[in-house]
Design a protein around this ligand. Structure first.
Ligand SMILES: O=P(O)(O)OC[C@H]1O[C@H](OP(=O)(O)OP(=O)(O)O)[C@H](O)[C@@H]1O
Length: 185
């Protein structure tokens, strides 16, 4: 049977093989990229949640969270899967500024990721952030900042895929936030 990280790595390699530059304006291809990750089987997703929770539990800087916080949209399913594995409650953080002109979305793919907000009051709780993929780390660094301003303790970030070309790890280390990922590209 394919192990969970191999399965994820396979999906990631398929995306890479498509070789779509970030500045592409071909909406059809971008939709194809989104579709590949949507095709992950539910059973794989559940095993992935278990693997990610196990990885975080074994992390040298592990702290038990009170609640999981998943980032929309790609982080929602992994968050539910980790919640099932850990028996922890979860909340979701939503990205704002999704209405940039189409041209900017393709030429500046990260431009809309500067603002996030969360539903519910998490003040005084220990939170583990869960997301599907991390590249530059800017999205989650902003989220960490918003949470800290609201007196939330961020215990760490658990993420399925880390694109190491984006240098997210040093950024998050500089903020003192442990990063736990299953697969690196
Ligand atoms: O590390 P960064 O460079 O900040 O990028 C990481 C973010 O990019 C993806 O979200 P995206 O908005 O592309 O897609 P999604 O809405 O489908 O999750 C991913 O889910 C992360 O939240």
């Amino acid at each position: 049977m394919t192990t969970v990280p191999e399965d994820l790595a396979y999906q990631a390699r398929r995306i890479r093989r498509l070789g779509v530059p970030p500045q592409t304006r071909d909406v059809r291809i971008v939709h194809e990229l989104d579709g590949i990750l949507d095709q992950v089987h539910p059973a794989t997703l559940l095993r992935t949640g278990s693997a990610l929770w196990e990885a975080w539990s074994r992390h040298p800087e592990f702290t038990a969270p009170d609640v999981l916080l998943g980032l929309d949209a790609g982080g929602i399913l992994p968050t539910v899967a980790v919640a099932l594995a850990s028996d922890l409650p979860y909340r979701l953080a939503w990205k704002l500024d999704l209405d940039l002109p189409a041209k900017r979305r393709f030429t500046e793919p990260h431009a809309r990721r500067t603002e996030v907000f969360t539903y519910g009051d998490l003040a005084g709780t220990r939170v583990l952030i869960v997301d599907d993929e991390i590249t530059t780390g800017n999205t989650l660094a902003n989220l960490v900042s918003v949470l800290r301003d609201s007196a939330v303790e961020v215990t760490g970030i658990a993420c399925l895929i880390e694109d190491t070309t984006g240098n997210a790890r040093p950024l998050l280390e500089s903020l003192g936030v442990p990063l736990c990922t299953l697969t690196r590209l």
